[in-house]
Design a protein around this ligand. Structure first.
Ligand SMILES: C[S@@+](CC[C@H](N)C(=O)[O-])C[C@H]1O[C@@H](n2cnc3c(N)ncnc32)[C@H](O)[C@@H]1O
Length: 325
């Protein structure tokens, strides 16, 4: 049975039949004279001759079975290989990315926003270690599971740690440990992550997963209020000794966490703050509940703060990446 490679068949929900698919297929046949064509799809004939075709209005799963039947009956004893890829060329309103800016002032750059379909695509291109997947799934059954960072966010945090070559990290707000485990996994064996959390029950889960992942020796769990724990690190003489910090705890305390972390992180070190877009509320001047106002003011302060370089990134609920100058 000849099957096209899985890459030909989209993993996410089947697009509608109205789509047009572009396929580029390369094929090598050891002895073309052995070919006997009884081809149900006219556009496959040029493929066999020219080794490629495109714009076929047939959904990939149907194409796959048609090709299988066709090729089985067409080749008796020849070796052949098919490589294929596909892409949509026509987008429906469902699949179209939402263009949020196309402004002349910014060179007509099209800026798109994430759609559910696009986000699925991002997740299908996100590498999530098995142990993190298990933790995420266990946490999903718990109250507050929406608090954990998304897999694509965790991947970015881990990558920042790797790019920095970070050895000493801090996390403020551990919950069940998803983001801290992502960081601990990429720290070198002698690396250290100070993981601060006030909720003992959550920490039990986090510690179980650090253990299972074999990273317990890298995580210094502090069951404490964040401000107290950060102040004691400073009192302990650890100022300017950390490479990376991630803030994901009480939103109204962000300014205080930031000031303490700025003392603890070295020049060139990075502080990442989660939820800076606060479900989009920060951009709506009519919304003025205390948490929204607090994050909005915090973002404004960071924008004006020359002690750090900043980059606001719309991933998850929005993160601010700050580099200490
Ligand atoms: C958004 S969750 C953290 C999610 C975590 N980063 C993850 O990806 O799974 C926030 C956590 O911060 C903790 N927290 C809130 N205020 C705190 C404080 N003042 N001190 C220590 N932990 C705090 C909460 O108990 C909660 O578990």
């Amino acid at each position: 049975m000849l099957l096209l490679p899985p890459s030909l068949v989209p993993a996410s929900p089947m697009p509608k039949l109205s789509h047009i698919y572009n396929f580029s297929v390369s094929m090598s046949v050891s002895s073309p004279s052995l070919c006997r064509f009884s081809n149900p799809i006219p556009s496959i004939r040029p493929l066999l001759l020219s080794h490629h075709f495109s714009s076929l209005s047939t959904p990939p799963t149907k194409l796959r079975s048609l090709l299988s039947i066709s090729l089985q009956s067409s080749f008796r004893s020849s070796h052949f290989e098919i490589r294929a890829s596909h892409s949509d060329t026509i987008q429906t309103s469902q699949t179209k990315a939402f263009v949020v800016a196309e402004d002349e002032r910014f060179g007509n750059k099209q800026v798109i926003s994430i759609t559910p379909q696009l986000y699925n695509y991002i997740l299908s291109n996100t590498r999530e270690p098995e142990i993190l997947r298990e933790l995420r799934e266990e946490t999903a059954t718990m109250r507050g599971s929406q608090m954990q960072v998304s897999p694509d966010q965790a991947q970015l945090l881990a990558m920042l740690v790797q790019i920095l070559g970070a050895k000493r990290c801090i996390e403020v707000g551990v919950y069940t440990g998803y983001s801290s485990l992502a960081v601990a996994l990429v720290l070198p064996g002698f690396g250290q992550l100070v993981a601060i959390e006030r909720d003992a029950k959550c920490l039990e889960i986090a510690k179980r997963y650090y253990q299972r992942a074999g990273v317990s020796h890298k995580v210094d769990v502090k069951h404490a209020l964040a401000v107290d724990a950060l102040k004691s690190l400073i009192l302990n003489g650890e100022a300017c000794s950390y490479d990376f910090a991630f803030v994901d705890a009480e939103k109204r305390m962000y300014s205080e966490y930031f000031e303490l972390l700025l003392q603890l992180v070295r020049v060139g070190g990075v502080i990442v703050i989660d939820n800076v877009l606060w479900h989009g509320k920060v951009a709506d001047p009519l919304l003025n509940d205390p948490k929204t106002v607090s994050i909005r003011n915090f973002n404004k302060d960071l924008f004006e703060d020359k002690r750090v370089s900043i980059s606001m990134v719309p991933i998850g609920d929005g993160i601010m990446i700050c580099r200490k100058n």
